[in-house]
Design a binder for this molecule. Structure first.
Ligand code: GLN
Length: 455
């Protein structure tokens, strides 16, 4: 823990950490030392780990990287936080991300990182002029730069998989409902899932095994199915594994350097005994408009709780109650968050609900059906996790362009399927390329085994 805290301080320029607290971390570490000494250590006894700042923690502030929650302290731990602590993990601190997990570059950060006075974009350790991806960019940067051995992340539409790809690490989002959402600050509740980010598939398997499992008392969407030990499946052979290749993931818009790295990785999979099968996911392009209707709709509802009364920021000067709400929200939320609240409110409003929200829900079902048809022919689906390598900080100023770049991660999210990204070589400017694997519901073990064999 001391080693990683020292590294976190030394590499503050990455802006990966929003909060650390040496005393708290070292007290947790000492408690784990005592358990280990008495032979009572859990499976992850003493393993240091950092949490994305959307998971509430009693011992550290939680902000979702928003001014709205600056200085907020939760009275309880998120379920995944307490499960990891029970397994023996020691918390190193809280990691930066896009505000309320909205974004794909970790540039939408609303509060100052450790060592800064003003908000900063998170930086990619491979090239500090580039983004680490997002929204779990602080998690990916911290793991890639070895400021933490592993980290938690959340993935609503790609926020674990895409930053893992941009930073050359492994990240897995489990099946929707596999990890509890209790204590995870909600963005889009029907899509939000917690997951693990680490140096290897094996590390991710260890973390994921500890964090998943039913929590039916606290999360109504938690699946009542016993937790699994994902490390058991790691050495499964890839002989005969059918890897589905959706043509829609290799069309226009995919950068040639990324395509070349993915092709080489797939050839590598064939050497390990897998075989490629062409499959179709015909509604891939529709995933972007569908996601960007459904997720803002849910966000506009979830974020109504931030009213200046119950949590966080309240405007200093205001007239009546309505004025207090308006000013507190105007000051507390960043630009992207406001944009999504407005889109969400619009698509849910009388007269537009049927045209947008209801329509999007129907297409969401069709996208999920497409996956089931594909899985009749293959065991996993593979493709790029993002169309390009990590772009330069500040290069992406058109929100619609950045929404379009989510096209490869959104379909699995809309279908509630587990997805993993693992390093697959390098593309332009020597930047890492991530290969995405998607499997059917509750097949996390299959994804981790494939990635483990490949590595
Ligand atoms: N980039 C996507 C978005 O902005 C995904 C974010 C996420 O998964 N939290 O919504």
């Amino acid at each position: 823990a001391q080693h990683f805290l020292a590294r976190a301080r030394r590499h503050q320029h990455l802006a990966a950490f929003l909060a650390i607290d040496e005393e708290v971390t070292l007290a947790q570490a000492r408690a784990q030392d005592a358990l280990i000494a008495s032979g009572q250590g859990g499976p992850l006894a003493g393993v240091p780990l950092a949490h994305k700042d959307v998971f509430v923690t009693r011992d550290f502030p939680t902000t979702a990287a928003s001014r709205m929650l600056a200085g907020y302290r939760s009275p309880f731990d998120a379920t995944i936080v307490s499960r990891l602590a029970e397994a023996g993990c020691v918390t190193l601190g809280k990691l930066a991300c896009d505000e309320f997990a909205m974004g794909g570059a970790s540039e939408n950060v609303g509060i100052a990182a450790l060592g800064f006075d003003a908000p900063q974009p998170v930086r990619n350790p491979w090239d500090a002029a580039r983004v680490p991806g997002g929204s779990s960019g602080g998690s990916a940067a911290a793991v890639a730069a070895r400021l933490a051995p592993a980290a938690t992340g959340s993935d609503t539409g790609g926020s674990i998989r895409q930053p893992a790809g941009f930073c050359g690490i492994t990240g897995i989002k489990p099946t929707y409902g596999r990890a509890s959402r209790y204590g995870m600050i909600a963005y889009a509740s029907s899509l939000d899932q917690a997951g693990a980010m680490g140096q290897s598939a094996e590390d991710c398997a260890l973390i994921l095994s500890a964090m998943c499992g039913p929590d039916v008392l606290h999360d109504a969407t938690s699946v009542d199915k016993p937790a699994e030990d994902y490390t058991r499946a790691l050495n499964r052979s890839l002989d005969g594994l059918r890897i589905g290749i959706p043509e829609e993931f290799f069309g226009e818009g995919l950068a040639p350097d990324v395509r070349a790295a993915i092709d080489a990785a797939l050839a590598e999979y064939e050497k390990l005994g897998a075989r490629r099968v062409p499959v179709k996911l015909p509604r891939t392009q529709l995933a972007v408009p569908v996601y960007y209707v459904i997720s803002p709709a849910e966000a506009s509802s979830n974020l109504s709780r931030f009213d200046g009364v119950r949590y966080g920021h309240r405007a200093k000067h205001y007239g009546d109650l309505l004025d207090m709400y308006q000013k507190s929200r105007a000051e507390g939320f960043g630009e992207e968050v406001k944009r999504r609240i407005m889109i969400g409110t619009y698509v849910l409003s009388e007269g537009y609900y049927d045209a947008y929200y209801l329509q999007a829900q129907k297409v969401r079902r069709l996208i999920a059906d497409d996956f089931q048809q594909a899985f009749a022919r293959c065991d996993v689906i593979a493709g790029p996790v993002a169309p390009t390598v990590a772009p330069a900080i500040g290069a992406q100023d058109d929100p619609v362009q950045s929404y379009l770049a989510d096209v490869y991660t959104l379909p699995a999210s809309l279908a509630g399927l587990p997805g993993l990204s693992h390093p697959a070589g390098f593309g332009a400017h020597g930047m890492p390329v991530g290969l995405q694997l998607v499997a059917n519901h509750f097949q996390e073990g299959r994804l981790l085994a494939a990635a483990h064999r490949f590595q």
